[in-house]
Design a protein around this ligand. Structure first.
Ligand code: HEM
Length: 303
């Protein structure tokens, strides 16, 4: 039985306080522009136009969740990075997070997680319900555990971002490879507890403005190549990426802040907006459901 994307989106809004005019996730964020330059080896893996020649990029950094006032200092919230690399033959969209795994394995499990954590009349989730859900669904704790074990990123540009799904890359000869994608920050930095204490609740936007005034913020796009047995249908499981072969596909340079309107008029759809030469996993139920969910959120926040 399929979980209804509209029900999931309603649960996402409820969890963050039912704010209007904002995204169901990534409600707080900064719109950007930049450029993607493919690496020499990228074309051997994928025939996507963006892996043959440089492409202009619209992008957005964000804090996970539907609360536009969430503090930048919170640890177990994913930082998000959405991007559209333009090409007349087909845009390429990635919507990635600062953790190698997603929090749930199926849409049904996501809906159940949201329902278990739904705020009650006092604005707080029922602790007993949360406890029971977690006990029955232990894999849903992996993402928060991963984030809690690491420092708060000093910058939206100072952390790595993962496309948690397994993609299939197809080259011009029709050869295919399965890979997870990772955007590796050129300037990784986390905050110590003392540094974190000294920060205001919102500092990422100002930090980014200042940083981009000095020069672009760069990320290498790295393909982590699958080996037999690596799961493609479960985004709560991290591949042992230190033991996997990797191939650098290119460099994304974020160059300037864009007006919010540039990012707000549409949604970044990571399912539908892919050119020939790259495809999402057919067997990962968390992948396909993103498209209708993002559309529901877009229509709620723009109507
Ligand atoms: C599985 C991995 C996922 C990742 C990495 C991810 C990441 C993100 C990020 C970074 C954003 C902010 C986009 C922006 O700045 O415009 C976002 C938005 C959103 N996400 Fe996800 N997400 C994932 C899965 C899902 C799933 C499974 C659902 C629901 C079924 C979902 C629902 C949404 C919605 C509704 C939005 C708001 C879209 C908009 O209003 O434009 N996400 N997501």
């Amino acid at each position: 039985e399929e979980a209804d994307p509209a029900a999931i989106v309603a649960g996402m809004f409820a969890a963050g306080g039912n704010h209007t005019g904002v995204r169901a996730s990534g409600a707080k964020g900064v719109c950007l522009k930049g450029e993607f330059t493919p690496a020499p080896g990228a074309a051997a893996l994928s025939k996507a136009p963006q892996f043959q020649k440089a492409a202009p990029v619209t992008a957005r950094f964000s804090m996970g969740g539907s609360n536009p006032k969430v503090s930048d200092k919170v640890k177990p919230v994913t930082r998000g990075f959405a991007m559209r690399m333009n090409d007349p033959a087909g845009d390429m969209v990635f919507v990635v997070i600062s953790a190698p795994v997603f929090s749930t394995r199926t849409p049904e499990q996501l809906l159940a997680a949201l329902q278990a954590r739904a705020p009650g009349p006092d604005g707080k989730p029922d602790a007993e319900k949360v406890k029971a859900f977690v006990a029955a669904n232990p894999e849903t704790t992996r993402q928060a555990a991963w984030l809690n074990a690491r420092p708060v990123p000093a910058s939206f540009a100072g952390v790595d971002y993962w496309g948690v799904h397994a993609y299939t890359l197809t080259n011009a000869k029709g050869e295919t490879k399965t890979a997870k994608l990772k955007f590796v920050s050129a300037d990784k930095a986390g905050l110590s507890d003392d540094e974190l204490k000294a920060k205001p609740d919102s500092f990422y936007a100002d930090e980014l403005k200042e940083r981009l005034g000095r020069g672009p913020a760069r990320f290498d796009l790295v393909a982590i190549l699958a080996e037999p047995g690596d799961l493609t249908n479960d985004s709560t499981v991290q591949w042992p990426e230190e033991q996997r072969k990797t191939e650098t596909l290119g460099t994304l340079a974020v160059t300037a802040i864009e007006p919010d309107a540039t990012c707000d008029a549409r949604t970044f759809d990571p399912v539908v907006e892919l050119p020939e030469g790259i495809a999402g996993p057919a067997d990962d139920p968390m992948f396909a459901v993103r498209s209708p969910a993002y559309a529901v959120s877009l229509s709620r926040r723009t109507n």
